[in-house]
Ligand binder design. Structure first.
Ligand SMILES: [Zn+2]
Length: 209
């Protein structure tokens, strides 16, 4: 699990003790942005907004304080030697793009071929949460989920498919709504054998309503 964290030096720096701005500084920064967009931070409706924004950030970006390895640890369940594909489908997520800090959201589908057992299905959903509640690109989110499952469970292969709508595309720039972006990441068996990728995608698409 250490290895997973070490892949993100920026994250480590951001969390280092003493380097983090205080809560007051964070609220002041929100006031600055309010003034910048032409608002009066002192007006009645906005008086508590900096506090609320900082509170919301604690929840929206809670993933920086969580380790995916810890989430997945000690979770093996004996399932009588089951070794076939395990698919967890339609895991909803809400994240923020690292380019604009604007939401993107959608669904994650993840599958793996177990070796020593399977994890509780909710654990995969929690791994998705850990990575989604950070500033992200959809590509990195997809890769990080796959790699966390791969490193901790050591399965014979992992497949992750993420489909998402990006508000920075819908609300600004080209202003296209309803556009879904799909990203995939395959390891092990799935990376080596295109037939396994087809099986995974067929299962995902077959299960969609
Ligand atoms: Zn963006």
């Amino acid at each position: 699990m250490d290895a997973i964290i070490k892949q993100h030096p920026a994250l480590k720096a951001a969390n280092a003790e003493g380097q983090r701005p205080s809560r007051d500084q964070a609220e002041e920064a929100v006031r600055t942005l309010l003034s910048y967009i032409g608002e009066d931070p002192a007006r009645e409706g906005l008086k508590d907004t900096p506090k609320r924004v900082v509170n919301a950030y604690a929840e929206l970006y809670a993933g920086y304080k969580q380790e995916p390895g810890v989430v997945l640890e000690r979770v093996f369940e004996d399932v009588g030697g089951y070794q076939d594909i395990v698919l967890v489908q339609d895991i909803p997520f809400y994240s923020h793009c690292e380019h604009h800090m604007v939401p993107f959201y959608g669904k994650v589908h993840a599958a793996y071929y177990p070796t020593d057992g399977v994890v509780g299905l909710s654990k995969i959903a929690r791994v998705v949460e850990v990575f989604a509640r950070r500033l992200q690109t959809q590509e990195n989110l997809t890769a990080q989920i796959a790699e966390a499952i791969d490193q901790v469970l050591k399965p014979r292969g992992v497949a992750v498919l993420v489909e998402a709508e990006h508000m920075c595309m819908a609300m600004r720039g080209i202003k296209k709504s309803g556009v879904l972006t799909t990203t995939t990441r395959f390891t092990g068996l799935f990376a080596d054998d295109p037939a396994e990728q087809v099986r995974f995608i067929t299962l995902v698409r077959g299960g969609q309503r």
